[in-house]
Design a protein around this ligand. Structure first.
Ligand code: NAD
Ligand code: WQD
Length: 337
């Protein structure tokens, strides 16, 4: 069996990807320090797949431990690197934590993998690298805008570090996947998003409001130059995102890549406004959501949705779920929590 390291594999996207990998027949070893996840996620993964991934709890900022870990697991054939800190607001308040966690962990991993005969590496990047793009839908060739936050900057720097590593070492193969807005949960409702404290993202805020954990959703502005005045994003089911990792990994393992550093957008190609997301939630949950329009949130881009042509045609992957499917799964998950 082909063994894959999944860093941050107990987190939101990582856990869904571990499920997809195990279902595709891969053997998985997870490294996670539980800084933004819970050990109970492991039980959810086992309940869905009937397989127990190996798990090591340590901090990837520990260079020596990372080195020892990779020396012990010489049979790792591919690495999917999710582990990072991801809260945009927190990154503005504590930039050094973000640079340390998101850049050091990446460098320490790459330093070890670079010594191997061949390495296959998948990186979690983000649509945040595009900032407010000049044209919609956003292609991978769109210019990278100066980052709006230290978090966004870590994704830009991370991509650059990987690109340079690939240029210097032709046996180092990497794919950066730029996720748009992952939402939803596994259909079993055994794993999903576990926001700590007050959610910053739209969908968990909606589901917590519907359940009465939050009083009211604030919609940040309805005076944007969009059809209904609210911001537009490309919301993609997390299971579709997870499946794309399996496809990307197989591309590298089967040597189907055209370049040893490739970039793909992971989105649906369809933009939805905040009000359309609320309507989708109301449709699937058959209830009205308590929300009010408030001022704009600082730093929000007006619109961002993916051109999916490259992912569809070259990677050979396409998002399958609708926004209603995703909202339905998010709501089922929220009710089990
Ligand atoms: P998450 O916080 O749920 O998962 C990250 C996991 O990594 C957590 O389980 C955390 O405990 C672990 N981790 C963090 N630092 C670590 C360290 N130093 N050592 C070991 N483990 C560590 O986040 P997610 O939503 O699953 O995101 C996964 C990746 O995708 C991140 O790199 C994130 O920046 C990127 N991304 C996320 C989104 C999104 O909207 N969720 C969008 C674009 C990109
Ligand atoms: C979506 C829309 C808000 C909350 C963030 C990161 C980005 C990426 C994905 C990692 C926006 C509106 C939200 C609320 C609202 N992550 N909203 N009320 O801002 O597109 O992207 O997550 O890489 O880097 O910035 O996602 O879910 O926060 O917001 O009206 O309570 O919902 O204004 O238009 P965003 P989000």
């Amino acid at each position: 069996m082909v063994k894959i390291l999944v860093t941050g594999g107990l987190g939101y996207i990582g856990s869904h990807t571990v499920v997809a990998l195990q279902e595709a027949g891969f053997k998985v070893v997870i490294v996670d320090n539980l800084s933004n996840s819970s050990i109970s996620v492991l039980e959810g993964i086992v309940a869905i797949t009937n397989k127990t991934p190996e798990f090591e709890n340590f901090d990837l900022r520990d260079k020596l431990k990372t080195k020892h870990f990779l020396k012990k697991h010489t049979d790792i054939c591919g690495v999917i690197h999710f582990a990072a800190s991801k809260a945009v607001g927190e990154s503005v308040e504590n930039p050094l934590l973000y640079y340390e966690n998101n850049i050091n962990t990446l460098i320490y991993l790459l330093q070890e993998l670079d010594k191997k005969e061949t390495s296959n590496f998948i990186f979690s990047s983000s649509c945040t690298v595009y900032g407010q793009a000049d044209a919609m839908p956003i292609t991978e060739a769109a210019p990278i805008k100066p980052a709006e936050s230290p978090y966004g900057n870590t994704k830009q720097i991370g991509e650059a570090i990987i690109k340079d590593t690939c240029r210097a070492n032709q046996n180092f193969n990497a794919i950066a996947l730029r996720y748009f807005n992952p939402i939803g949960a596994h259909k079993s409702a055994k794993i999903g998003e576990l926001p700590i404290g007050v959610p910053q993202n739209l969908v968990p805020y909606i589901t917590q409001t519907a359940l009465g954990i939050r009083e009211q959703l604030s919609v940040y502005g309805n005076n944007y130059p969009t059809p209904d005045g609210t911001c537009i994003r490309d919301y993609i089911h997390v299971v579709d995102v997870a499946n794309a990792h399996v496809v990307a990994l197989e591309r590298l393992l089967n040597k189907k890549h055209q370049d040893n550093f490739e970039i793909f957008n992971l989105g649906t190609g369809k933009g939805s406004s905040v009000l359309e997301v609320i309507q989708a939630f109301e449709r699937v949950s058959i209830q009205k959501l308590n929300y009010k329009i408030v001022n704009r949130r600082e730093g929000d881009v007006i619109s961002a949705y993916a051109d999916t042509k490259k992912a569809n045609e070259i990677l050979g992957w396409k998002a399958k779920s609708t926004i209603d499917d995703a909202m339905d799964s998010a709501w089922k998950w929220q009710k089990t929590l």
